[in-house]
Design a protein around this ligand. Structure first.
Ligand code: ATP
Ligand code: MG
Length: 406
């Protein structure tokens, strides 16, 4: 703590209304540049990286490969799909090349990845392909709000699948459902995130969204008591209710935040962009596609919003920037703390600042590390350290020499 340039702040900017944004700014995770644009500071970057690594691990389990496309986009491939037009897509950030010609900052990447795959997918032997990236997306959203939950520049994980036919696609689609379930569980959102039926556009009846129940969420969802049916408000119409065999009265209504979605897009981009392959009989077929998003920075905002109290943030274990917040009090206490820190610097945020214990405890709560360890001259009288769980507030003691095992 004595070596970082970041300091906790007493106040957040006045125009910031979301509780999560206020806390993230005050605790030193993010810095606000302007409406809908945030910098990620060292602690915030660690949280983002932890979420990314959870996603990486779960996607590699289902054979996805990571790549990175560019943010800069030229119009021609987007003109083929009809999405260069500002009437069609109203959130483009566009500019001009010095050498002449238009350029856009990618709000999503279906077109460039479909075009890229034309170089590599020629035959049924080249399929399936599952490729994803973590990329900064730019969207000129009319209203940026809720802190990092809706921004004009944000980090998305976007995965694209390229299959020979519907059956091959469906099999993978179900695997992604499983991977997403594990990702949200590991992010601490498992028991409040539901796979939701949403409108699917023109090619498939429904898409699936992953909605986290949240009072300040922008979406409205309807669900039955055992949550086996969860519907986005946009599909709650008589025809759909009939199909699910429920009436609106059987469903509860609540606010939620969309933390991810999965789409069957069939030939929507492969057709206009000409992504074909030769099947076993040498016949030309169009590649069957799916796309799967997760709003990585929004997930961080949703976690921050969901788990906080009056004193600060409360990070779930796997996403927390550090596992332990360490404070030494008194001469012997500080020395013992230094030794504890030296053995495990990766997992510990060591508050070695020249400050009062009360100030350190307040910052420990604000920053929201899962476990606070205090070692003081007093706890050392019994050869012990004190551990406090940020979430439950429970305190325990353990012998100093058993700390690691404990
Ligand atoms: P929304 O309905 O919230 O605008 P979307 O339908 O535009 O989302 P996609 O374009 O499919 O969503 O993006 C994939 C994911 O990226 C979303 O599920 C969401 O979690 C996240 N996301 C979308 N827009 C933003 C934004 N402006 N800021 C932060 N995250 C976003
Ligand atoms: Mg949107």
């Amino acid at each position: 703590m004595s070596k970082t340039f970041v300091k906790t702040l007493r106040d957040a900017p006045k125009d910031e209304t979301a509780r999560s944004a206020k806390l993230l700014i005050r605790a030193g995770y993010v810095h606000k540049e302007m409406a809908g644009v945030y910098d990620f500071l060292p602690l915030g970057l660690k949280v983002l990286e932890n979420i990314k690594n959870i996603i990486r691990e779960e996607l590699s389990r289902i054979d996805c490969e990571e790549l990175q496309l560019t943010a800069l986009q030229k119009p021609d491939i987007w003109e083929k799909s009809g999405r260069w037009s500002d009437q069609e897509v109203d959130i483009w950030f566009k500019t001009e090349l010095a050498a002449g010609g238009e350029l856009g900052l990618a709000p999503t990447h279906e077109e460039p990845i479909t075009d890229l795959m034309k170089t590599y997918i020629k035959s049924y032997k080249d399929l399936p392909v599952y490729a994803y990236q973590f990329q900064t997306k730019f969207r000129n959203e009319l209203r940026a709000k809720s802190g990092i939950m809706r921004t004009r520049e944000f980090l998305m994980k976007d995965l694209y699948s390229f299959s020979a036919d519907e059956a091959e696609h469906d099999e993978f689609y179900h695997k992604v459902e499983g991977a997403y379930k594990r990702i949200y569980e590991r992010c601490g959102l498992g028991d409040c995130t539901y796979q939701t039926f949403a409108s699917g556009g023109i090619f498939s009846k429904f898409s699936h969204e992953f909605q986290t129940i949240l009072p300040v969420g922008e979406d409205t969802i309807y669900y039955n008591s055992d949550k086996s049916i969860v519907l986005n408000e946009e599909v709650v119409i008589p025809e759909v209710l009939n199909e699910f065999g429920v009436s609106k009265n059987d469903l509860e209504k609540t606010r939620a935040a969309e933390v991810g979605n999965i789409f069957t897009i069939k030939y929507k981009y492969s057709e206009p962009l000409g992504l074909d392959f030769a099947d076993k009989n040498g016949e030309k077929k169009t590649v069957y596609m799916g796309c799967y998003g997760i709003g990585v920075s929004r997930v961080m905002g949703v976690i921050a919003e969901k788990y906080a109290d009056d004193n600060g943030l409360i990070w779930p274990e796997e996403v927390a920037p550090f596992k332990y917040y360490l404070v030494g009090i008194g001469e012997k206490g500080v020395k013992a703390a230094e030794e504890i820190y030296a053995k495990n610097p990766e997992k510990i945020l060591f508050d070695d600042r020249d400050a009062r214990p009360g100030e350190k405890f307040a910052d420990a709560e604000l920053i929201g590390i899962p476990v606070r360890i205090v070692v003081s001259d007093k706890t050392l009288e019994n050869g012990e350290v004190e551990l406090t769980n940020r979430k439950s507030g429970e305190t325990a003691r353990c012998p100093l020499e058993d700390l690691k095992a404990y």
